[in-house]
Write a protein that binds this ligand. Structure first.
Ligand code: HEM
Length: 389
């Protein structure tokens, strides 16, 4: 019989807590396989177990959704497909997602970050979500896709609905994704007729001998990028800004020596993982730590717990900006490893470089901010800040 867990496992409630980590530690140490009857989820939280799930896509499938609610979009989306279709889609989009294309965005990221910082009144209180962490990733993804966005706020409102659980306000996940589809259906014909040097044009017009995606597949993939590439990076940046604010000595060191920022970014991703967990559905009975998980069960991988597992990360509960190696699971692993990891890393690096160069003494007030209530995201949707107090 399993011992009682101190608090019922509820990913949404945990995402709102300023410090959910004692609960993750309790799970990891005393309940490495925990069944939550309320959510009908089997939670694995140790690094090795999460890794095992990620690396066995045959047994742990994504086709029934990767969030605990089991939400699956109508149009084909890489993230909720299994082989062999996933392999086909991923190889087609991989050709368009080249390191060269990602590197070309660096100058754009820096320019937009500077413009956004220019617009902040350094002495007044500003919402950093509105001023920086939300608009930057949206600008970058729309530039990558080549679709442009007149109305970022409306977009964020609908894109966020697919990931958040805050159903009391705003649209549902299905309404959110429908809005994004409709938007893409309006802009795609333009790229179809006048291809440019952007990702959507490349997907619509593949080179000779390259796999061609259907219209629906291009819409599905673009919609995925608009969600997977914005909200996650917004949360990663907000979390990193808070983590560094809480550690003024480390922040001062990074401001004086920006060469340390890329490693600190990895540590931020490990320490405050923006995607704290995702799920799979078993295709056969499996056993973990002597407990049988039946076929057809939803297994939740608690990345945020695994990323602090002492078995893998010495002093896992402490923030060590120079930590090496740092094989965290914030970007997942295996066949669904984040396609945008290098772009996200570049955004985080450049945004922190610019912020620390300009406002090394910024103050944020997370206790007065608003944390997301979400199954699969940890971050802020309101983060008060005074840039130069
Ligand atoms: C810090 C920011 C980011 C984090 C923490 C993050 C995290 C993740 C995670 C955990 C997965 C794996 C899902 C799974 O295993 O089921 C994933 C997949 C994916 N990510 Fe990211 N991501 C970030 C930024 C981005 C960006 C900027 C893009 C696009 C430019 C992107 C595009 C994707 C795509 C397309 C997939 C699906 C890959 C597949 O299923 O084969 N992500 N991401």
């Amino acid at each position: 019989m399993e011992k009682e867990l101190i608090v019922e496992f509820d990913p949404q409630a945990l995402s709102e807590r300023p410090d959910p980590y004692p609960i993750f530690a309790e799970l990891r140490e005393n309940h490495p396989v925990h069944y939550s009857p309320e959510r009908d989820l089997w939670v694995v939280s140790r690094y090795d177990d999460v890794r095992k799930v990620l690396l066995d896509a045959e047994t742990f499938a994504s086709g029934k959704g990767t969030v605990p609610t089991g939400f699956v979009a109508v149009k084909p989306m890489l993230i909720t497909q299994d082989p062999p279709y996933h392999t086909h889609l991923r190889s087609a989009v991989h050709l368009a997602f080249t390191p060269r294309r990602m590197a070309k965005l660096d100058a754009f990221i820096r320019r937009v970050t500077r413009e956004l910082l220019d617009a902040i009144d350094p002495k007044s209180e500003t919402d950093l979500f509105e001023a920086l962490t939300d608009p930057l990733p949206v600008a970058v993804i729309t530039e990558l896709l080549g679709i442009g966005f007149e109305d970022r706020r409306t977009f964020s409102h609908y894109a966020g609905a697919v990931i958040h659980a805050d159903r009391a306000h705003g649209p549902s996940a299905a309404e959110g994704i429908e809005w994004i589809y409709r938007y893409l259906e309006r802009v795609l014909p333009e790229r179809e007729a006048n291809p440019g040097d952007d990702l959507v044009s490349r997907l619509l017009h593949p080179g000779p001998g390259e796999p061609k995606l259907t219209h629906d597949e291009v819409v599905g993939f673009s919609a995925l990028l608009l969600m997977a590439g914005t909200e996650t990076t917004t949360n990663a940046l907000g979390n990193a800004i808070v983590v560094l604010h809480e550690r003024p000595e480390i922040r001062a060191r990074l401001a004086a020596n920006p060469a340390g920022i890329p490693r600190a970014v990895e540590e931020c991703l490990r320490f405050e993982s923006p995607v704290p967990g995702l799920s799979r559905v078993t295709t056969r009975d499996v056993e973990f730590h002597g407990r049988k998980i039946p076929e057809g069960a939803r297994v939740h991988m608690a990345f945020a717990a695994a990323n602090r597992d002492e078995r893998m990360f010495p002093n896992g509960e402490s923030f060590e900006p120079d930590r090496t190696p740092n094989a965290h699971l914030a970007f997942s692993l295996g066949i669904h490893f984040c396609l945008g990891a290098s772009l996200a890393r570049a955004e985080l690096k450049i945004a922190l470089e610019e912020l620390l160069a300009r406002h090394p003494g910024y103050q944020v007030f997370p206790e007065r901010g608003k944390r997301l209530r979400s199954d699969a995201a940890r971050g802020f949707s309101f983060l008060p800040c005074v840039a130069a107090p």
